[in-house]
Design a protein around this ligand. Sequence first.
Ligand SMILES: Cc1cc2nc3c(=O)[nH]c(=O)nc-3n(C[C@H](O)[C@H](O)[C@H](O)COP(=O)(O)OP(=O)(O)OC[C@H]3O[C@@H](n4cnc5c(N)ncnc54)[C@H](O)[C@@H]3O)c2cc1C
Length: 312
Amino acid sequence: MAVRQKNTADVLIIGAGPAGITASIYALRAGLSVIVLDGNFYGGQAAITSQIENYPAIRSISGAVFAQQLYQQAIDLKADIRFEEVISVDFAQKMKLVTTAKHSYAAKAVIVANGVKRRLLHCSGEKELTGKGVSYCATCDGMFFRDKNVIMVGGGNTALEDALFLSNQCESVLLVHRRDTFSAEKALVDAVMARKNITIMYNSQVTKINGRHKVTSVNIYNSAQQETISTPIDGVFIAIGYAPDNHIVSDFLEMSPEGYLLASENCHTKIEGVFVAGDTRTKPLRQIITACADGAVAAVAANSYVLKQIDF
Ligand SMILES: Cc1cc2nc3c(=O)[nH]c(=O)nc-3n(C[C@H](O)[C@H](O)[C@H](O)COP(=O)(O)OP(=O)(O)OC[C@H]3O[C@@H](n4cnc5c(N)ncnc54)[C@H](O)[C@@H]3O)c2cc1C
């Protein structure tokens, strides 16, 4: 006989990335009942990171293993993690309502930890070769391309900073930008121009990434010349931005002009009982450690809120 799952909890967490799972660990350890909903998989962006080497006390770990251990730690505490995408919320009443395509949920408190979504090139080979030479994080993956030849795609501050970072360890960096001027700040542009092993291709777009088990070459279309070239390459770094996607909570929570959720230092939003954690909120550094820190802070804040609610 199928067991009917309960759809109510003290705390409902949207997102099973580092922020959401950490929040569940802290909330469960505080004795709260918790449901975590993720529309994709556990681990969030961390799960697709090839190697994590900047998390204190863990010298090196693959993203997949990190995600698995994070998940297992929550499961050991009897976390109820369900793979359902949240499609709407209603935070108007004291009891918060969260809806997926399959179920409706009610919780005393909600932690929104839905992360950000990276902007993709949307070219052939990008998806298949992600983690096999295609990377969205030079800081994380640059050292795996030491003395190799890489492409950096983008024209903003992050792309140029990453190009400089990569040029310190790679043999060469080909900076591919779709416009004829950079949107990055002048000091960065000047530094890139002065760097001997960075070559710039303006008016250019990567149209195809080639390789079977790893990246071997890319096709680049130059709109000024109206021609496509193919060039051998070891790695493709893409920094065309990350974008928050907070449409599900936009009727209730305040956002920055860029669409990040606004929250106080302790992850409170303007709605009592609703907290935000991780990459989805305005913050200066989006990393696993800051996401986990937010998750912990949000869960403690949620616990403190739930403990005071005697009239539910
Ligand atoms: C390629 C890459 C490499 C990186 N390398 C490193 C590194 O080496 N070190 C480091 O510290 N950081 C690294 N980062 C950054 C780090 O992974 C993120 O900062 C961190 O994962 C953010 O955690 P989060 O839980 O806030 O969000 P996310 O990891 O984005 O998780 C959010 C989760 O919410 C889910 N979700 C979204 N919308 C919904 C919805 N409507 N309903 C249900 N679920 C939803 C998503 O499916 C996802 O699982 C890397 C990122 C990338 C992309």
